[in-house]
Design a protein around this ligand. Sequence first.
Ligand code: GLU
Ligand code: MG
Length: 642
Amino acid sequence: MGLLSLGKPLTWEEIKANNYHEHVRRHGLIQFVNLYNRLKDRPCDVLKWGDEVEYMLVKLDHKTKSAKLLLSAEKVLPVLQEHEEMNPNGDLKTLWRPEYAAYMVEGTPGKPYGGLMAHLNTVEANMKLRRQQVIELLNKEEGETALSLTAFPRLGCPNFSSPSYEPDSTDEGVSKSLFFPDEVIYPGHPRFRTLTKNIRKRRGEKVAINIPIFKDINTPSPFVEKFTNDYDGESALAAKPDHVYMDCMGFGMGNSCLQMTFQACNIDEARHLYDQLTPLCPIFLALSAASPLYKGYVTDHDCRWNVIAGSVDDRTKEERNLEPLKNNKFVIPKSRYDSIDSYLSPNGERYSDIDLILDEKDCQELMDAGIDRQLARHIAHLFIRDTVSVFAEKIDQDDTQDSDHFENIQSTNWQTMRFKPPPVNSNIGWRVEFRPIEVQLTDFENAAFVVFLVLLTRTILSFKLNFLMQLSKVDANMQQAQKRNAVLDSMFHFRKDLRSCSCDCPIEKEQCLMSVNTIINGGPLGDGQGEFPGLIPLINQYVSTVETDLDTRCTIMCYLKFISDRASGKLMTLATWIRNFVSEHPEYKQDSVVTDQINYDLISACDRITKGDLKVPELVHIIESKSSNDIPNSIKIAQDIK
Ligand code: GLU
Ligand code: MG
């Protein structure tokens, strides 16, 4: 989830009293300038890419019929990391990192994948290996398992974890949450607790997340939650009627996702890719929707996005425009976790129609150092955020060698896309990270999303496709994408002509409203606006132009068929399947409540789907691809000869 510096973390009060937030800002900007000047002309890097999957450890108690989050990451992680520890430069198949919660671990491939088509055939096998590595360390007899589940339905309900803890809702606690005990935050690294407390302290109150409840026939109207341990009444004030209320970072950062990072051949290609992938973020969010249940209730949203955005929203009342500006510099419209606010490529500039909040002095400083206006504005915008995590040992740094202060701000801007400069002293190039996708239950589905996105980037670059449209429209799409069944019921703004750079018409006319099905599979646009080609037909065209071995081609076809069917509604999203499961459960009383028993049955079913023991053809119809852990030697040799 970001920079994992070690040392003594400082409280927000200490940071503020010593003006360290300004110190980090000043030096972070200088560090970026140094990085940029050193690396802007990096010669051609090769295509590399990788994925990250966040897993939840779960315990199914078959006797008491309960499913709980298992707080064992601190036990499991050192074992998962043993290999890396012993051979830091060795040939590793997988890598493991901590995540926010004590029940989470994050796995990536041991090294990035490269440009061979055959690499696409290894993704799923590697994901299987990762899952196997975690599951091996768990006690199966005790019902322990690992799920790639976006949101745990009863997170924050009484006794949702194993072992179970009581929340400390006093100001002494880290999060002061009424529902989420501090022990559930990953204890093995100080970053996570510090961020939690400092975000709350900077904001001046607890974070407040309100997601609309799904109003079923027996749901009370208005739906108003009652709290027992809300000693100072803060939560009662923050909770909105007809919403599910959540009050801490864990409700958001305790959710899992599937992320991808692409190394571009140079900085310009990275900026181009960053822009081109931006309008696709809401579409991928709607397609991957997997999280309708929060804190034991059925909500009216299908995705985690707004939950996490709210969970790390450290803006003060002034910054949220609730009080006149006095101690703060800006009114800031969005949380530090949200969609991006400006494009980075020359073509993108005219579509950046959102008011970009930044400090003109910071921007000028970057421009004076030789950074172009567009990039300077992007960086200055990231730097409107204060650091919320400073380690005493890391305050004084050599700005020509270190980039910790830059990374500090960069890695706590959790946006849909991230533009990443090469790390200091590495052979890694300029990269972009794609962050919206909700993680799916099976390795097949996750691999399908990964391969679909990799192929889309190749198709965009080869066919010079153009997806640019106004960022205000992308933002509107982000909200649409989270609505119940958005994949079938919502319409999205999308560019009509992907082959044109710009047309003479006003930019609003370059796009129109489309369904996800039209965007993915193609179809007529209505009103005589012509045909939209569809992303999958375009990818198919691309695939037919590149040499691909038979197994890889077969795997790709399975994945594209799966994505195509999700978009057309032939397959359900996991969000829809979960909704149906709850509403058809004999214990469900049409009151939007997900009981312990429903939760247990649902999580057990998810576990069986993950393992392939329960076939749910309406969710995934193909489970077997030809994915394999190794690239055939013949392909490697053929590539070497070229
Ligand atoms: N778990 C977060 C999410 O679901 C992402 C955390 C990270 O940046 O690794 O978006
Ligand atoms: Mg992560």
